[in-house]
Design a binder for this molecule. Structure first.
Ligand SMILES: *Cc1c(COP(=O)(O)O)cnc(C)c1O
Length: 455
């Protein structure tokens, strides 16, 4: 066999240097030596056999990193993990059972009872609830920064016990994109890792590590799996945060820098730039148990194969629909940073090439009555919670995702009675506009006083 033929017969496992579109199809795949299966199979097995007695001893002693049990890792999920790490540009990732599990696992690896986290104010409603209820019960406190440009606000919020800054790339419902560079600058000043929820952005539109983030989390339920069929999540390690320097500066991260047991080095000693992901896997996910089903892991790695193609259509349609909505008389405002009229359009152009995802807000006239009429007039749009599906969706945030927040918080977030959240799917854009027009016709009918037949 010639040397070159021999070379191409080897499985390619390193996809560095290839373009995004190639890596979303191939990164993480493994050729099945036994059967020749091209598509990585669904590895339904709760556990793994040990080679011999000493192999078991080594695995339990932490001397071997081969998995013991599927709570720690699974070959199907590993395909998804490597693929996502490659697309985000990280050193590794851990797939978990939901986006909420990803956020919890990411932050539990950094903070413990008595610690504190600073978050930007405009974040997913479920995350705000998680921070204000479960994290609070576990003794981890949060403060919110409303204006990321205001140094004094950060100054007041960050404490000696602060262990992370949390933010999102494209918050919803208002599509108020975050200035990651600005936040990374603040974080560097205080030796803090920046954790970014990139669910709505996806690595096809923005890669937070290129803008100074240290850790990325995803609800893979949304665009990454992409078809609305499977709940999942992931934590991605950027591999760039200097844990040792933070510790020297007085911010301790014991799960990463301390020896887990006598005779075994710290995660940082053993795994270097992959230490954080390893800590999430071994010290958080394996303890608490939010592991991803391999079935959902399969849907995730398969979904990612078409990510950039789907995002292109999601965003093209969103740009067209947002611009069209802005011209409709029944619409009070459209919150989409991709529109030139939006206050954040400059930032959208700088960091997103003007393409800020497909989840945004539209406020219709007539307050809650206008919102009700509009939603009830839609047929193609599904009335449901959820985003990032092939199907278009609509929800009324004030009475759903934001229903439990005090009014002053909702007022500050701009969650008004007439505001709807749209998630633009992959249907034909003209059908979607026709559907929205039917909803707006109902709003118009409300506003028109009924013509008296007697007159
Ligand atoms: C949906 C969502 C979550 C939560 O994810 P689940 O998979 O539903 O647990 C977190 N963050 C954002 C931005 C989301 O859209």
């Amino acid at each position: 066999m010639s040397e070159s033929a021999n070379d191409t017969a080897q499985p390619v496992t390193d996809w560095e240097g290839y373009s995004f579109d190639t890596r979303q199809v191939h990164a993480g795949e493994y050729p099945d030596r036994n059967t020749g299966l091209r598509v990585p199979p669904i590895a339904m097995s709760a556990g793994y056999v040990f080679d011999d007695f000493d192999d078991q001893v080594d695995r339990f002693a932490g001397r071997s990193i081969d998995p013991i049990y599927s709570r720690q890792g699974n070959p199907t999920n590993a395909v998804a993990e490597e693929r996502l790490a490659s697309l985000e540009g990280g050193t590794g990732s851990v797939a978990v059972s939901s986006g909420q599990a990803a956020i919890s696992s990411a932050l539990f690896a950094l903070a413990q009872h008595g610690d504190h986290i600073v978050s930007t104010a405009s974040i997913y409603g479920g995350t705000r609830i998680l921070f204000g209820r479960s994290f609070k019960r576990f003794g981890i406190e949060f403060d919110y920064v409303w204006d990321a440009d205001d140094d004094a606000e950060w100054e007041r919020a960050i404490r000696p016990t602060t262990k992370a800054i949390f933010t999102e790339t494209i918050p919803n419902p208002r599509n108020d994109v975050t200035d990651l560079r600005r936040i990374a600058e603040i974080a560097a000043r205080y030796n803090l890792p920046v954790v970014v929820d990139n669910t709505v952005g996806t690595p096809a539109l923005i890669r937070p590590f290129e803008h100074g983030a240290d850790i990325v989390v995803h609800s893979t339920t949304k665009f990454l799996t992409g078809h609305g069929a499977a709940v999942g999540g992931a934590v991605v390690d950027g591999g760039r945060f200097d844990w040792a320097a933070a510790e020297r500066a007085g911010r301790a991260y014991p799960l990463i820098t301390a020896a887990p047991r006598p005779g075994l080095g710290s995660m940082l000693d053993r795994f270097g730039t992959g230490a954080y992901a390893r800590a999430v896997r071994e010290a958080v996910v394996n303890d608490i148990g939010p592991s991803l089903s391999p079935f959902n892991g399969f849907l995730l790695h398969q979904g990612m194969e078409t990510l950039s193609l789907r995002m292109e259509r999601h965003v093209d349609s969103s740009l067209s629909i947002a611009a069209w909505l802005e011209q409709q008389p029944e619409v009070e405002s459209v919150d989409y940073a991709g529109l030139p009229s939006n206050a954040l359009h400059g930032l959208a152009l700088r960091d997103y090439d003007g393409r800020t995802g497909s989840v945004f807000g539209v406020a219709v006239r007539g307050g809650i009555d206008g919102a009700r009429a509009f939603v009830n007039g839609l047929r193609v749009f599904s009335r449901m919670t959820g985003i990032g599906d092939t199907r278009s969706m609509v929800i009324h945030p004030l009475s759903s995702t934001h229903a439990t927040f005090p009014q002053e918080i909702n007022d500050r977030l701009g969650i008004t009675p007439g505001l709807l959240r749209l998630s633009i799917g992959l249907e034909a854009v003209d059908d979607l506009k026709r559907d929205l027009r039917a909803g707006l016709d109902r709003v118009a009918a409300l506003a028109t006083p009924a013509v008296s037949l007697a007159g």
